[in-house]
Design a protein around this ligand. Structure first.
Ligand code: GDP
Ligand code: IMO
Ligand code: MG
Length: 446
């Protein structure tokens, strides 16, 4: 164009250089994000976590060897890839070092490749005590949290009283800040919950020891990621939990305490929304949920038992059994909207092997009407009765299939129907836990 300016060319060349993908869970978590992030890391220079904490449990299986990651990005098993924990993550230093040391013991370089934002709020032992005391006090109304202190840590961040990683670098200020926050926590623990309090000196000593170890890992992650982009490196943003556990748009109050949707990838790393080019939503070929809260397609019969047994549906972090049910296309359509999904990764197709008839929820019946999206009000959501369409199952197993054309015809039409209901294409189909047990129809970085 004749009006072409340096301004314009700077803008276009920037977007041509690197492609940045967000990978999020599009259901209630445990969709297989870790497996897919690990797989796609072959095409990126850096992988960043942007929200949540060690409530996440991301399972990677490579040639039969299993690794479960809670805090360190799932790109870490690829040598040379930069791994980043962004400002939106709440960090338990104990959990972080435990995980890093476990990886180092297995011969994986972690400490020279991991950078953490000094803006991250720290999870203190008192946050864990508060999380557990509150859950106990709630009794049957408990949320079923992971008990990792996630909720209380985010509360303190928003209340502007959190200890951030940067605060650990100033010993005098740290003692004062910790003193204030522990006074408050211990007041609530003892007076409101009649629970045990947390010792100030012990907590301070632990933090001071951890401060020395975390210092070399601290970095301005926004600048780091921007510099990677300038060099033309692709980035990946790894979500934790799932869209329906988002504190704003999820099944509140049965949610986690962070924004889990794709927009948070920018917020939680200090980049802007235009730095995200594509969003891959991971869904199971059915649905699971850990903890309490509405789940319209939940099964309590033999099929639910099949999904639980064949899918090994037990929490990677807490070992709790996951509730299982049919694929919910209504919930998925909301996830497509909340995350502006560009494509889907469908996992655990193989878990449906051996079922004669499959069902997909295409609408909810409420007030005598069939609706194709869930009401936002949570009390109404639990009144929704799912409306299903039936699909034929398949006799030949899909487990381990790596070629789309080798899938049984009924499996292909089941996937085609998922795609049609979502309104976005399926890029990836996963047929087993191993990195290799995957069909890539279109690589999200192409
Ligand atoms: P994440 O939290 O989203 O990373 O998922 P989790 O790791 O908590 O849970 C997914 C579970 O399913 C893990 O045990 C994975 O090893 C396993 N998994 C992932 N993809 C597949 C698949 O396609 N088939 C089967 N059978 N298991 C899978
Ligand atoms: P990944 O990343 C599934 C659920 C808990 C509980 C609710 C609140 O592995 O998919 P919290 O401890 O966050 O305050 O608990 O959220 N939850 C998850 N469910 N997968 C997860 O992570 C989860 N992280 C939290 O079970 O219902
Ligand atoms: Mg998980």
């Amino acid at each position: 164009r004749s009006s072409g300016t340096s301004h314009q060319s700077a803008v276009t060349s920037h977007s041509q250089m690197s492609k940045n993908l967000v990978v999020i869970g599009a259901q209630w978590g445990d969709e297989g994000k870790g497996k897919i992030v690990d797989l796609l890391t072959e095409r990126v220079g850096a992988v960043a976590r942007f929200q949540g904490g060690h409530n996440a449990g991301h399972t990677l299986v490579i040639d039969g060897a299993k690794t479960v990651l809670s805090l360190i990005p799932s790109g870490i098993l690829h040598a040379g890839v930069q791994c980043v924990i962004g400002n939106g993550v709440v960090v338990s230093l104990e959990a972080l070092f435990r995980e890093a040391d476990m990886l180092v013991q297995r011969g994986i370089q972690v400490y020279d490749r991991l950078k953490v934002s000094p803006n991250c709020a720290v999870i203190l032992p008192s946050h864990i005590a508060l999380d557990r005391a509150r859950e106990r006090a709630q009794g049957v109304n408990a949320i079923g949290t992971t008990g990792r202190g996630i909720g209380p840590a985010y509360e303190d961040k928003v209340a502007r009283r959190a200890v951030r990683l940067a605060d650990l670098m100033q010993r005098d200020r740290l003692a004062a800040r910790l003193g204030e926050i522990l006074d408050f926590h211990n007041f609530v623990l003892s007076r409101y919950f009649s629970a045990e309090t947390v010792d100030f000196q012990r907590t301070l000593d632990e933090l001071v020891a951890q401060a020395e170890r975390i210092e070399p890992l601290l970095a301005d992650v926004s600048v780091l990621l921007r510099n990677e982009m300038k060099r033309g490196t692709n980035l990946m943003f790894e979500g934790a939990q799932g869209a329906l556990l988002d504190v704003d748009v999820g099944t509140y109050p049965f949610v986690t305490s962070s924004n889990t949707i794709a927009g948070e990838a920018a917020v939680g790393t200090g980049l802007g929304p235009r730095d995200i080019n594509a969003v891959l939503g991971i869904v199971k070929a059915y649905t699971t949920r850990v903890g309490a809260g509405p789940f319209p397609t939940e099964l309590f019969d033999e099929t639910g038992e099949h999904l639980s047994r064949v899918g090994h549906e037990f929490g990677a972090v807490t070992g709790r059994p996951r509730r299982c049910g049919w694929f919910d296309a209504v919930a998925m359509r909301r996830a497509v909207m909340h995350n502006s999904l560009s494509s889907l990764g469908v996992t655990k197709l193989d878990v449906l092997d051996g079922l004669d008839t499959l069902r997909i929820c295409t609408g909810y019946r409420i007030d005598g009407e069939i609706r194709d999206e869930p009401p936002l009000l949570p009390h109404r959501f639990s009144e929704c009765v799912p409306v299903y369409e039936e699909h034929k199952g398949w006799a030949e197993p899909t487990h381990g299939v790596t070629d789309f054309s080798k899938l049984p015809a009924t499996a292909r039409s089941y996937l085609a129907r998922m795609e049609e209901l979502a309104g976005v294409p399926i890029d990836i189909v996963s047929t087993g836990p191993d990195r290799a047990q995957t069909i890539v129809l279109r690589h999200p970085y192409d």
